[in-house]
Write a protein that binds this ligand. Structure first.
Ligand code: SME
Length: 154
């Protein structure tokens, strides 16, 4: 199966699971589980940080324990939040201010979840133990998945 086919199936699976549910924690928890399981072992950490005032706070995730709070503009997650755009980081050591929750993470992708006014409500963060694990195909499909989740919740 190609990566496109894998993500196409995953998008439909996520949509079918979240349809009709409006509890943020429940929807994000199932989304993290579905993504992590479908992409194992390529995804090492899969989860969400939710906007809480001037910080992101750790939300539902799969993988090792992670840091609780990230300030606006800090790390990959806080930068994706501030700039309202997807960030693909092929080598976390090359990203100024990267926050290392695990020393095993080598590359990362972060996709914001926007509400109907274009405000960031949460970010989807996925880490890999491999360098350059994420490309434009991952960004394209993860943006579709993030949009479907955001449309359901926000
Ligand atoms: N590396 C992220 C922090 C979150 S962990 O990867 C789970 C960052 O720099 O924002």
């Amino acid at each position: 199966m190609t990566k496109d086919e894998q993500y196409r199936e995953l998008l439909e699976l996520v949509k079918s699971y979240i349809e009709g549910e409006t509890c943020e924690v429940s929807v994000l928890a199932n989304a993290a589980a579905l993504l992590h399981e479908a992409m194992a072992p390529r995804y090492f950490w899969t989860g969400f940080y939710m906007v809480d005032g001037e910080e992101l706070v750790l939300g539902p995730f799969q993988g090792p324990a992670a840091c609780y709070r990230i300030r606006l503009g800090r790390g990959v997650c806080g930068t994706a939040w501030k700039d309202k755009c997807t960030l693909v980081v092929p080598d976390v050591e090359e990203f100024p201010g990267h926050i290392a929750c695990s020393s095993l993470s080598r590359s990362e992708i972060v996709v914001p979840l926007l509400d109907s006014n274009g405000n960031v409500k949460a970010v989807l963060d996925i880490d890999s133990c491999e360098l350059a694990a994420f490309d434009d195909t991952d960004a394209h499909w993860l943006e579709q998945i993030a949009e479907a989740i955001a449309k359901t919740l926000y």
